[in-house]
Design a protein around this ligand. Structure first.
Ligand SMILES: Cc1cc2nc3c(=O)[nH]c(=O)nc-3n(C[C@H](O)[C@H](O)[C@H](O)COP(=O)(O)OP(=O)(O)OC[C@H]3O[C@@H](n4cnc5c(N)ncnc54)[C@H](O)[C@@H]3O)c2cc1C
Length: 467
């Protein structure tokens, strides 16, 4: 049998797959191969045997069948943002869905259907043409696919719920190669599982979401203060978020001032702490929210005011571009008590890289109103989420910056319960269990046995099939 160099794969079978798919099938050495295997986290450098740049559901079905028949590891890429790099594998078959960009808005029914290669920036562009939006990620280059399948937190969530709470249906290619529609009426068990269970149950080829009237102008922006006021500001944040209206989504961020046009030269390189926010109410209500923030004191950098919703959705893009080296630690917090605040401030003071950031995100509102067993999202009652992004550029510095992130994660552990599955690193099965309530995990494992008993889709935050 003739094989494809470096892969051991039957050359005739690979040629048959190439002829069968509509998109390109790339091998090591092909012109676009290196670009196609790149993902957001610059730490990841994996070399799949084959990359299928899927043009549609038919290519996905063919790719899944090929992987199954040849015993290949499968990686599924949407936006490529997941910090683990699970969107790409060594040796196996990478199903790259990023060419699948179809989007159709139905302004009368207030819905949108989008293919799995779409990013949030692309979806917002189409829906905002009609003054509509659905809850999506806070960085516009993130994929709708991975983000939705894990839950999907964003600026609209306290008013309209998570991304999964707005998901109406999805088309899913399962491990046995069938294309199933998952919705409240069709395959409802699968629909439950893909709303929080990640990529465990199949490859989603398109998503249909409910839309809401949002923007095009909202109130939002950032207010930043010297980090010397961090503990004080965290207590203010705790009070602000305790009774915030659901129109207000405000996150707290620690960062080092970048050399950006909005930063006065004397502040560049100094540690800052502050708020990033979006308010969905009337301009007058938005102004009230701004004044409440400014009551803490005049910000060193004040970027609050009216802005397009699409600008809010891409406001932090520049801080986390493709290709940087990233180690991420995240947890759901049980609250923001004083001991936690002191811990966060202390850990932040030990930061090792000016590119690193820490973000605290309040959930609540519409997120908490959905019953725990209605979807597979873990722990709806979580009041806050903390995300520690350790970020740097030099490969020789990995150990130092990873240690800072790891120590931060350990330090907040006594104040944490569980984790958002989309914000996990490569942390093992026990940690995946912690992302869910015990009842949800059990149900997910049983569903995995039904839809993927051989664990074909295992390059993810994996749920082993029950039994
Ligand atoms: C800079 C940055 C900002 C972020 N902001 C937010 C945020 O605001 N809100 C939030 O909730 N999360 C956020 N996240 C986390 C984000 O939700 C996850 O990283 C998510 O996995 C990204 O989805 P993706 O499609 O871009 O990633 P990919 O890396 O392409 O996919 C991640 C995984 O999802 C699965 N998957 C992807 N596509 C499919 C598919 N079509 N079918 C089946 N499985 C699939 C696969 O297991 C894959 O390994 C952010 C992450 C980063 C790095």
């Amino acid at each position: 049998m003739a094989t494809v160099a470096g892969t051991g794969l039957d050359a005739a079978a690979v040629e048959a797959l190439r002829a069968a798919v509509r998109g390109a099938l790339l091998r090591p050495g092909d012109a676009d191969y290196d670009a196609a295997r790149r993902v957001w986290n610059g730490m990841i450098d994996r070399r799949p045997a084959l990359i299928a740049r899927c043009a549609g559901a038919a290519d996905v079905i063919k790719g899944v069948a090929f992987a199954r028949e040849h015993g290949l590891l499968v990686a599924v890429r949407g936006g490529g943002h997941n910090v683990t790099g699970n969107a790409v594998c060594d040796d196996g078959l990478m199903l790259d869905l990023s060419p699948m960009k179809g989007i159709r808005v139905d302004p009368a029914r207030l819905t949108v259907r989008a293919e799995a290669g779409v990013t949030w920036g692309e979806l917002d562009r189409e829906t905002q043409a009609f003054g509509l939006a659905t809850t999506g990620g806070q960085v516009s280059t993130t994929g709708i696919a991975g983000l939705t399948l894990g839950g999907g937190i964003g600026w609209l969530m306290r008013k309209y719920g998570l991304a999964i709470d707005n998901l109406l249906s999805a088309d899913v290619v399962t491990a046995d190669g069938r294309l199933l529609t998952a919705s409240a009426d069709e395959n409802p068990d699968l629909f439950w599982g893909i709303r929080g269970g990640g990529g465990n149950f199949g490859v989603v080829t398109s998503f249909e979401y409910r839309l809401h009237r949002v923007g095009p102008m909202i109130t939002g922006g950032m207010a930043l203060y010297p980090a010397a006021r961090a503990a004080e500001l965290l207590r203010f944040f705790r009070a602000l978020t305790a009774d915030a209206p659901e129109d207000l989504n405000v996150v707290l961020a620690f960062l080092t001032a970048p050399p950006a046009p909005f930063v006065p030269p004397e502040l560049v390189g100094t540690p800052l702490v502050g708020f990033a926010l979006g308010h969905l109410g009337t301009p007058e209500e938005g102004q009230v929210a701004i004044e409440r923030i400014r009551a803490f004191g005049a910000p060193a950098i004040d970027l609050l005011g009216p802005m397009p919703y699409t600008a809010l959705q891409s406001m932090t893009d520049g801080a986390l571009p493709f290709g940087l080296r990233v180690y991420l630690k995240s947890s759901h917090l049980t609250g923001l008590d004083d001991a936690l605040i002191d811990t966060v401030v202390r850990q932040m003071q030990a930061v090792t890289s000016p590119l690193s950031q820490v973000v605290i995100v309040p959930l609540g509102g519409a997120v908490a109103r959905v019953a725990d067993d209605a979807t597979a999202f873990g722990r709806r009652d979580t009041p806050y989420d903390i995300v520690v992004f350790s970020v740097w550029t030099e490969p020789g510095e990995d150990e130092r910056h990873m240690r800072w992130g790891r120590d931060f994660g350990e330090a907040v552990r006594p104040f944490a319960r569980g984790v958002y599955v989309n914000e996990m690193g490569v942390e093992g099965e026990e940690r995946v269990r912690e992302a869910y309530t015990p009842a949800t995990y059990q149900r997910l494992a049983a569903l995995k046995r039904t839809y993927d008993p051989d664990n074909l889709f295992r390059l993810n935050q994996n749920i082993a099939p029950a039994g």
